[in-house]
Design a protein around this ligand. Structure first.
Ligand code: TPP
Ligand code: MG
Length: 542
C-alpha cells in the first residue's frame, strides 16, 4: 500500500540506505521497479541531501528511506536543511514493531519527539489502514504553503500488515493567488517610489514562473537582488539583476538596499542571512515601506511588520504582478547593474596555487546555460556565488542552511533529474570529506558528475573567523588531506589535480570526456582565504 501510494502520488525516485526495519517497503517497491528507481547511497546524510536537491529541482517531495535510530539521526542534517531551505521532502523511517515500543528496543527512537521541532511534520503511522490518508497528508503538508520536510515513522509490523484499502487520489499542492486589493496597493506603492528594490528567493519556483518574474522586473526596470543560494531565479544577464544578497554581499548592493525607498521581498523568508543579521532592515518595522509576498501566512508578520503583506504563491505572483512604468528609476537600476558588473570582475588571487576567480570566469563562458552547479558550505562557495552567472531556474543547488557535504549528493539528484545536462559539484577539502563517499554511488549508478574540490588545507571559513577574533592563534582548523585525485580513481572515477588556473581548461576538457564521474582537485593557497581579503589582511584586521 505504501509503495503503491508513493507511485500514485507521482514519485519515481528515492534515495536510501537500506535497513532491516523497512524491508517490506523495499519489497513493495520491487513490484514498481520499472517506474520507481531507488538509489542506495553510502550515508543517510547524503540520501537526505540528495532528496532535498530533488525537491528543490522539481517542487515535488524528494524521498528518502532510512532505517531506525542511527539511520534516522544520520539523516537529520538533511531534514534540518530542508526545513531551513523550505524544501518539500518526505523521509520514511523504519520503527520497531508496535508491541516493542517504549522498551528502548534495539535502535528505538521517538521520531515525533526528535523530528517534531525540526521537520514541518513528524508522525508515527501506527494503523496500516490509515496509510493512504496519512501519505496523502504528508505530500500535501510537504508541498503546500511554505514547503518543508515530513518524517513518517513506520513500525515494522505496520509495514508487514496485510489488508486491502484503496489508494488516496494524487495530492495537489495548495498555493494562494494575490488578491486584487493587494495588487492595487502594490501598484500604488510603486507609484510613490523613486528608488524601489526587489529581493527574490524562496519558492517553489519553476522555469516558467522564474522566466515570467525575470520578464516582469526587466520590463519594469526594477533592480532585483537574489537571496543566498537562490541566484538562478532571475536571469543574471538581465539589466535588472543586481547580484546576491547573501554571505559576502557586495557592500555597494547593501548600501543600495539601505537607500531604497520601497523594498519588495518576493517568495523569500526574511531570515538572518537575507537581512544581513536582521540589520537590512532591522525588525520589526523597516524604515522604508516593505512589501512581503509569501505563500505562507505564518511567515508574513513573523519578524517584520510589512506595510503590505501579500499572501501568494510565487508563480501566482509572477503571473499577476502589475506592470509599472520604470523610467523614473532607470538610472538607479542602471547604477545597481554597473555595481554588479564591476563586482564579478575577479581580482588577482594572492599567493601561489589555483586562482579560483579565474576558474570561475572560465566556467562562466565554458558551461552551457542549463548546466547545474551544486555546492556545500565553505569559503570556496563564495567564489562560485560571486563570479558565476546563472541564466535559468534549476541550475543552482546549495544549502541555505549552510550545511557542509551537500554538493556531491545534490549533484547525484541533479544528474538523475536531468541526465542530459552537465552537473558540476563544488566542494572544499573539508566539505568534500563529509559526503565524498557518494562518488561510489555516482560510479555505481553511472552518473557522470564533475566534482571540483578546492583544496586549501584548512577549514578555511573557520580559520577566517578565528583570525578575526583570535588573530594568529590557529587551533583545530588545519587539514591533512588525502590525495583527492587518487581517491577519485580508487572509486573508479576520473581524477586529476592541478596547481595553476592555466591548467584548468585542459583538465576540464579531459574530465568532460572521461565518460563517467570525474574529480578535479584545485590546489589553492590558503592566503587566498576569501574572494576579497587575504589571510594576512584578515589577521591584520581587514
Ligand atoms: C555540517 C557542518 N559542520 C560544520 C560547519 C561549520 N563550518 C562552516 S564552513 C567550515 C569549513 C569548510 O571548510 P572547507 O570545505 O575546506 O572550505 P573552505 O572554507 O576552506 O573553503 C566549517 C567547519 C558547517 N557549516 N556544517
Ligand atoms: Mg578548505
Amino acid at each position: 500500500m505504501l509503495a503503491d501510494g508513493l507511485v500514485a502520488h507521482g514519485s519515481e525516485l528515492a534515495f536510501c540506505v537500506p535497513g532491516e526495519s523497512y524491508l517490506a517497503l523495499l519489497d513493495g517497491l520491487y513490484e514498481h521497479r520499472d517506474a520507481f528507481r531507488i538509489v542506495n547511497c553510502r550515508h543517510e546524510g547524503a540520501a537526505a541531501n540528495a532528496a532535498d536537491a530533488y525537491g528543490k529541482l522539481t517542487g515535488r517531495p524528494g524521498i528518502c528511506f532510512v532505517t531506525r535510530g542511527p539511520g534516522a539521526t544520520h539523516a537529520a542534517a538533511g531534514i534540518h536543511t530542508a526545513r531551513q531551505d523550505s524544501t518539500p521532502l518526505l523521509m520514511l523511517v523504519g520503527q520497531v514493531a508496535r508491541e516493542e515500543r517504549g522498551r528502548e528496543s534495539f535502535q528505538e527512537l521517538d521520531y515525533e519527539a526528535v523530528f517534531g521541532p525540526m521537520a514541518k511534520w513528524a508522525f508515527e503511522l501506527d494503523d496500516p489502514e490509515r496509510i493512504p490518508e496519512v501519505l496523502a497528508r504528508a505530500y500535501a503538508v510537504a508541498t503546500s504553503g511554505r514547503p518543508g520536510p515530513v518524517v513518517l515513522s513506520l513500525p515494522e509490523d505496520v509495514l508487514s500488515a496485510e489488508l486491502d484499502v484503496p489508494d488516496a487520489p494524487r495530492y495537489r499542492a495548495l498555493r494562494p493567488a494575490p488578491s486584487a486589493e493587494a495588487l492595487e496597493e502594490l501598484g500604488a506603492l510603486f507609484e510613490a517610489a523613486e528608488r524601489p528594490f526587489v529581493l527574490v528567493g524562496g519558492g517553489p519556483w519553476d522555469a516558467p514562473s522564474a522566466e515570467s518574474f525575470t520578464r516582469w522586473v526587466t520590463a519594469c526596470r526594477l533592480p532585483v537582488g537574489a537571496t543566498f543560494r537562490r541566484q538562478d531565479i532571475v536571469d543574471n544577464h538581465s539589466p535588472s539583476y543586481a547580484g546576491d544578497v547573501g554571505l559576502g554581499i557586495n557592500p555597494k548592493l547593501a548600501q543600495r538596499i539601505r537607500d531604497c525607498d520601497l523594498l519588495v521581498a518576493v517568495g523569500t523568508r526574511l531570515g538572518e542571512i537575507e537581512t544581513q543579521g536582521y540589520t537590512l532592515p532591522a525588525p520589526p518595522v523597516a524604515p522604508q515601506p516593505l512589501v512581503h509576498v509569501h505563500p505562507d501566512p505564518a511567515e508574513l508578520g513573523r519578524v517584520y511588520q510589512p506595510a503590505l503583506a501579500v499572501l501568494s504563491g510565487v508563480a501566482e505572483f509572477a503571473a499577476a504582478a502589475p506592470l509599472v512604468e520604470g523610467d523614473r528609476w532607470a538610472d538607479w537600476t542602471a547604477a545597481a547593474r554597473a555595481d554588479y558588473e564591476a563586482w564579478i570582475e575577479h581580482p588577482e588571487a594572492p599567493g601561489d596555487g589555483v586562482d579560483l576567480g579565474e576558474v570561475m570566469a572560465h566556467l562562466r563562458d565554458a558551461l552551457p546555460d542549463d548546466a547545474v552547479l551544486t555546492n556545500g558550505a565553505g569559503n570556496f562557495s563564495g567564489w562560485v556565488a560571486r563570479f558565476y552567472q546563472w541564466r535559468r531556474f534549476g541550475t543552482q543547488l546549495g544549502p541555505q542552511s549552510g550545511a557542509m557535504g551537500y554538493g556531491v549528493p545534490a549533484a547525484l539528484a541533479a544528474k538523475l533529474v536531468h541526465p542530459e545536462r552537465e552537473v558540476v559539484a563544488f566542494a572544499g577539502d573539508g566539505d568534500f570529506q563529509m559526503c565524498g563517499q557518494e562518488l561510489a554511488t555516482a560510479v555505481q549508478e553511472g552518473l557522470p558528475i564533475l566534482v571540483i574540490v578546492v583544496n586549501n588545507g584548512t577549514y578555511g571559513t573557520i580559520r577566517m573567523h578565528q583570525e578575526r577574533r583570535f588573530p594568529a592563534r590557529v587551533i583545530a582548523t588545519d587539514l591533512t588531506n588525502p590525495d583527492f585525485a587518487g581517491l577519485a580513481r580508487a572509486y573508479g572515477a576520473h581524477g586529476e589535480r592541478i596547481e595553476h588556473a592555466a591548467e584548468f581548461p585542459e583538465a576540464l576538457r579531459r574530465a568532460r570526456t572521461a565518460g563517467g564521474p570525474a574529480l578535479i582537485e584545485l590546489v589553492t593557497d590558503r592566503e587566498a582565504l576569501t574572494p576579497g581579503a587575504s589571510l594576512s589582511q584578515i589577521r591584520g584586521g581587514a
